[in-house]
Design a protein around this ligand. Sequence first.
Ligand code: ADP
Length: 654
Amino acid sequence: MRSLISTKWFRGFPRPVTLFAGITLVFLAALAWLSWRVIAQDRAVERQRWLERCEVAAENASAQLTRQLAELQSALANATAGRAVQIPAQGIALLIFRGESLEATPGTKLPYYPALRAAPESAPDRFIAAEALEFREKQPLKAAALYAQLREHRDPEVRAAALVRLARVYRKAKLTAKALEAYAALAGMGSVMVEGDPAEMLARLGSAEVYMERSDAVALKREASAITAALAEGRWVLRRSSYEYLEEQCREWLGGALSAEPPLESLALADVAETLYVQWKNGALNIDSPNPRKSLWARDRSVLAFWNSEDGQLSLLCAGPSYLKTILGQAPGAEANLPEIVLEDPEGHRVLGSADNASALRVVRMASLTGLPWTIYAVPSNPRALADRLSAQAKVLLIALALMIFFALAAAVFVARSISRELAVARLQSDFVAAVSHEFRSPLTTIMQLSEMLVRGRVSSDERRTQFYDTLLGESRRLHGLVESILNFGRVESGKYHYDFRAADLGELAHEVVEDFSKSAAEQGHSVEFRRDGGPLPVRADREALGRALRNLLDNAVKYSPEHPIIRVEVAGDKNFATLSVRDRGLGIPPHEQKAIFTKFVRGAAAKERSIKGTGIGLAMAQAILEAHGGTIEVESVPAEGSVFRMRLPRAEA
Ligand code: ADP
């Protein structure tokens, strides 16, 4: 039925379905457009919200930086005036130079300092006698005895200088254990200076040299590591040359890599301090403007420097990026939905921040506007995450839209199919009514004409009259049969037919029906050949109903085989089933109709084209009867070659 309906359906869309499809399409298009607008609007709002957040972040950063730089400026002013200052250790260096020397480093720890030089000893003449023994008379042990006495001197500088010398003579005398002991005592004196170098540094360097001479690799490495740790934390006040020498030595002793590198930022601060100090000494530093400051580039990072120069004194304050980071409160890898602050100096160097500042979703504060030495950018710290968030929102909306469209389409398809099915049923019913009317018309016309002739006495001979009566009876029977079959179909189909199942022999039942049918078939020039295999085929059947089903098949075989008069009926059986087949060599049925013809009111195209009478209920009724018997009916057919209809019934116990 579906194939018949669908071919009709496509031949011309029924108007209600076309209308419905049109409305659905318009609705879906409107829905899609609306959703697209919502998505676009949502993205625009989200971008706007983000830009506002960037505005706030840039504004805050600008205010914060302005305030903090002013604080640094006042710390510098205080230090210049000799007042105590409090500066954070992280990322800040404050150095005060007087004349040619470094005066003070309040709270500052750098790997090396400018303006330090080798200083003469405070009391070199104390060692004259001992040095004479050591160098001129080559009597190291005697010299050692004198140095050892000075070890106990109350002036720490003298003590430290004595220890340096004591260790030296022991080394010369190959008394390494004693030399190391002297160095250990010297190391305990910490930052006491010996000729411009801290005692601890000299002690550790000396010990390392001893270990090297003794080829004690383990102790050498331990000592070198201790030195690099001290360098990294800026424990000693060193000249640049000492720092570089120590670093190089340790690198060699440790096999290339230092166990602790000094932070590059401290080195950058030291570099900048040295550069500015040299400029100041050469008179190249701007000291006239009210609050001089400058952003300098050293070791791949930017350092901001402020200075003050009065009465031969230079106060210098350098701030590195980590200080800026702490005042802006920015942790690396900040949250995806917070803007990151990027600072750039006038040369385009990146001072702070790692995010891409070319983003379209950024806010810029130019240096000329803020009065700061940098341009401020507030940008997405994780543009990918931001983009993902935007597209995730769009995705949710898209999924919602897709679901809505899917359900709307599913509903539309369902409704369209229901409409078309209803229309097809309506059409089939109207076809049925037309067919039934047609079937009724010809016997009624005959009955009317013959009755009229008889009533008016126009039939003179008795023989003709008898013939007329016969015809009247025949036509009335046909009408009766027609009405009966329609009524029976109604009963069978609605399930109101009361089957009377009894034991029967299918062969005998079929033979009886065929015998009866053969007479009327013969009138139409057809003959029915009956064959049965073997003995009785017991089934449980309603003889009346099953006989009607067989009669329908025989009727069809005659109707649809106008040119092939022989019809074969065969009854056969196996262990479980009894089969009854009706075979003709007539018009046949095309494959696409073979299923649909068992549906009520459906008639084949050939039947309609050739105007073969029928109402389309015969096979539907046969199928309903077979199903009530627990059996089946099926067709095998080749167009223009003929058809076999096979009824199968379960065998009853004999
Ligand atoms: P009707 O014969 O009244 O049209 P049926 O339900 O008996 O209704 O048959 C349905 C359709 O099946 C017929 O219209 C015809 O196209 C096809 N058909 C049935 N039997 C045969 C047959 N033996 N040969 C060819 N076509 C057949």
